[in-house]
Unconditional design. Sequence first.
Length: 156
Amino acid sequence: MKNPIFKYVAATVLCLAASTGIAAPPMGPPGAHLGGNPMQMVARMSEQLELSEEQQDSVIALLRSEQEEIAGEREHLKELHLLMMAQGEEFDPEVAHDFAEQIGAATAKLAYSRAYTFAQIRTILDDDQRAKLSEMQERRKSQGKGRRERAGGNSE
């Protein structure tokens, strides 16, 4: 029998991954999580940026469209994570490397989609709203950096 601790750790990681639904990391302005609830995000943006009803409708349409476009890619990414972690004692470096490359490609597609959507959202905003959104993003970025530093992670 191979290392029983490795077997236990692999099983634990697999269960954790299956129960939490591994997904791409959050990107974009506050509340802008891939697959998040567009209505919650629009409510926050409306409150903080004072969006008009027309702006709200446009942002909702963009976010819903993005969700529909990336749903398959998000599911594919979750499957790839699970497949890579499920190798356990049968770990094959070549197979794992292939999964890792596929995960990277899927993550890149999701990141591009998020960046593209937020570029479109920025065109809906007026100059003052864009400036305030940039401030919000910087503040959130600073808060995230502080959390990573307190957790002992890389702040870059």
